[in-house]
Design a protein around this ligand. Structure first.
Ligand SMILES: Nc1ncnc2c1ncn2[C@@H]1O[C@H](COP(=O)(O)OP(=O)(O)O)[C@@H](O)[C@H]1O
Ligand SMILES: [Mg+2]
Length: 500
């Protein structure tokens, strides 16, 4: 039997179809944010406790309170005041579960109706959870496991937004664990743009190491023979259309001659080409030299496509050692375009591309020449759905993230955010976020958050589960890092002593 929370009362404001209040049973453990259920003529109504109020008739009249308190005898010694203290909970009606599933409630509940603890199945159905989905935590207020349907979560992209330290990367690791644990035929390829080297620890974890490949930044390479002159020119926006045409001709001739060529061969070919004016040649050569200096270009792609996108497996592009933003953007732009094109032609499995620090790669404001990866990521955001090419954009500065990309992320997972501008921005870009919910975002504890959008029927507060895989050393807190350093030094001294 579900616990009885209380009884609906008649107030000046209700019950209405949208709100009602109930007086809380003395034994019931009721908190703000919790869900309630009650039987109505249309079916089972689900509501959320928006607020709880205490009242006591003895303390309603200021003059009598003052009178008694100043007489030297406190009220609670004269009257049974504690017996007259009531808790009244105000509830927002969220929907009614009837014969045809969940619908808006269209008729008010009656005063006197019993308010009950919700049935977990009903609650799970209300939020649209899926038992076979990705299990990422539990409801903040009830013991209901939160499993999100894979398609609903990923098909139309997801954004994870919060200040740093709130638990974004931790949650992303939990999502990756879930994706790697699916049946082989249900697996998708997961590719992470790892700006801080936080995901490399999957390779050290016994359960996931066989499915994980790490590609360190110094090994990542763009195979020039696979690149179009168009892409190259995109990486150097100063190149004019005429210069680009000349470059295209040279590259075409090289491609015809030998299959693979690097930047040195390309520069030589431009130098030796007869048909190009000297001024054009100079610009092209200096542009190409600049690109060569990034160290990103070689004869062959690395990782090759088959290593980058493997069904049910994780590929980590560890670009934590890359400092230059432009270089990072080039690498990400190239890999993202390659993945998207390959997925369009169906040669790789459906994939999820996770982009940490997404505001660096898909910025809102930056000029085109310093936003080299914005074009392709926005394209995936807009068109990826048709090809099952999904994005997960992670950012601690949502306001700097492209609005176009963010609005194409149909599920937002929001952990603690304190900056009022970011909160305002999120309020505008996430549908279904009421002001009362937005207010709670700034005080969310680490590892908790709210999910809104496509993946759930109604905004959902979640306590995210702990990761089962080995956590990364890179995400350590100062306290942990200090302790780890201390222990390491002490061990060294001990070893040295025992050696002498
Ligand atoms: N769900 C969680 N359960 C327990 N601890 C968590 C959880 N999420 C985050 N943490 C803790 O918070 C720290 C910071 O999380 P992290 O994901 O690195 O934050 P962010 O990526 O948002 O900067 C983690 O190292 C971990 O100790
Ligand atoms: Mg992080």
């Amino acid at each position: 039997m579900p616990a009885e929370y209380g009884t609906i009362i008649s107030t000046l404001e209700g019950p209405t179809t949208r709100r009602f209040s109930f007086v809380v049973n003395p034994t019931a453990n009721v908190r703000r944010g919790q869900f309630v259920q009650l039987e109505t003529a249309d079916g089972k109504l689900i509501g959320r406790i928006a607020d709880i109020m205490k009242t006591n008739r003895y303390f309603m009249r200021p003059e009598s309170v003052k009178e008694y308190e100043s007489s030297g005898k406190p009220m609670d010694e004269i009257f049974p005041v504690n017996d007259w203290e009531y808790l009244v909970a105000n509830v927002i009606a969220l929907g009614v579960f009837g014969k045809s599933g969940f619908v808006d409630s269209s008729f008010p509940p009656s005063p006197g109706s019993r308010v009950l603890e919700p049935e977990l199945e009903i609650l799970s159905g209300f939020f649209g959870l899926d038992r076979n989905g990705l299990q990422i935590g539990s409801l903040a207020q009830h013991d209901v496991s939160v499993s999100l349907n894979l398609t609903r979560l990923l098909q139309k992209h997801v954004a994870i937004l919060a200040i740093s330290g709130a638990g974004k990367s931790f949650l992303t690791s939990v999502i990756i664990e879930e994706l790697l644990s699916r049946k082989p035929e249900e697996g998708i390829a997961v590719i992470v743009v790892d700006t801080h080297g936080e995901y490399t620890s999957f390779a050290d974890d016994a359960k996931y190491s066989a499915k994980t490949r790490i590609f360190p930044s110094n090994e990542i390479q763009i195979g020039l023979s696979n690149v179009s002159s168009h892409t190259l020119a995109e990486f150097s926006p100063d190149v004019s259309a005429a210069q680009r045409r000349e470059l295209a001709k040279v590259m075409m001739a090289l491609k015809r001659k030998n299959k693979h060529f690097g930047m040195t061969e390309l520069i030589e070919a431009v130098e030796e080409s007869d048909g190009i004016k000297a001024a054009t040649k100079d610009v092209l050569i200096s542009t190409l030299e600049e690109l060569r200096n990034t160290g990103l270009f070689g004869a062959l792609d690395y990782p090759p496509l088959d290593d980058l996108a493997r069904q049910g497996c994780l590929s980590v592009l560890d670009i934590s050692d890359m400092i230059d933003t432009k270089r990072k953007q080039m690498a990400v732009a190239y890999m993202a375009r390659k993945l998207f094109n390959a997925r369009r032609s169906g040669v790789i499995p459906p994939f999820l591309l996770i982009v940490e620090e997404a505001h660096q790669f898909v910025p809102e404001q930056a000029k085109r020449e310093i936003a080299l990866s914005r074009g392709i990521i926005t394209t995936i955001a807009r068109e990826g759905r048709k090809f099952n090419a999904s994005l997960c954009l992670i950012s601690q500065r949502p306001i700097q993230l492209s609005t176009t990309a963010l609005s194409q992320c149909n599920t937002h997972i929001i952990l603690k955010i304190t900056n009022p501008y970011d909160l305002d921005h999120i309020g505008k870009s996430s549908e279904g976020l009421t002001r009362d919910v937005i207010r709670q975002i700034s005080s969310l504890p680490v590892g908790s958050g709210i999910i809104v959008g496509e993946a759930v029927n109604s905004p959902l507060f979640v306590r995210f589960r702990r990761r089962s895989s080995r956590p990364s050393q890179k995400g350590m807190s100062i306290e942990q890092a200090a302790k780890e350093y201390h222990d390491r030094v002490r061990q060294k001294t001990k070893d040295a002593k025992s050696f002498m």
